[in-house]
Ligand binder design. Structure first.
Ligand code: RP5
Length: 190
């Protein structure tokens, strides 16, 4: 899947038409988690692509994807995997792009296996490891936006806006015992 919605600009003029972020995952079953990465990037207007690339089942594809990503214009890779989660580390071994790893929650060990597999990289090959599950998937997208923001002002501003909106929602609802006012339905006047 490729998204091109709300294309950001690099300098206020040239629209970015190619994916800047590659979201890869070890299995189609990881999509239940990694869809939150895609949704968050979409909300930020960051063009991205999504692919199943398995370290164990399709190792040649993994090497091809990781070694060609930079010349295809990808600037950040987000890799989600569960269990013996070698995908982020092996991807990082074949590229100098920043690689962010999302530990997918596994059935047997609740994602602790995924977390340790991704986080415990040897010195010299970094993977930015996020939290297990949905939080990690969302934060991987936000961290990618923060990284891309150094080069792409539109993405920096989109990230700033999302963070400000989040802060505003918390401050607007300080008392958890009071239900927030229901959102008014579109087209209906009070
Ligand atoms: C890993 O094995 C994948 O990342 C996935 O989280 C896990 C299970 O894969 P399936 O058996 O559901 O395909 O490689």
């Amino acid at each position: 899947m490729k998204t091109k919605s709300k294309r950001p600009t690099t300098d206020g003029r040239a629209a970015i038409t190619h994916p800047l972020v590659g979201i890869i995952m070890g299995s189609g079953s990881d999509w239940d988690t990694m869809k939150f990465t895609s949704q968050t990037l979409k909300a930020l207007g960051v063009p991205h692509e999504t692919r199943v690339v398995s370290a164990h089942r399709t190792p040649d594809l993994l090497f091809q994807y990781a070694s060609h990503a930079e010349k295809r214009g990808i600037e950040v890779i987000i890799a989600g995997a569960g269990g013996a989660a070698h995908l982020p580390g092996m991807t990082a071994s074949k590229t100098v792009l920043p690689v962010l790893g999302v530990p997918v929650e596994s059935k047997t060990l609740k994602g602790l296996d995924s977390l340790l597999s991704i986080a415990q990289m040897p010195s010299g090959v970094p993977v930015g490891t996020l939290a297990i599950g949905k939080s990690g998937a969302v934060n991987a997208a936000l961290l990618a936006a923060a990284i891309l923001g150094a080069k792409h002002p539109a993405i920096r501003e989109a990230f700033r806006k999302v963070r400000a909106e989040q802060t505003g929602r918390v401050l607007a609802n300080p008392d958890p015992s009071v239900a927030p006012p229901l959102a008014k339905k579109k087209g209906k006047r009070a």
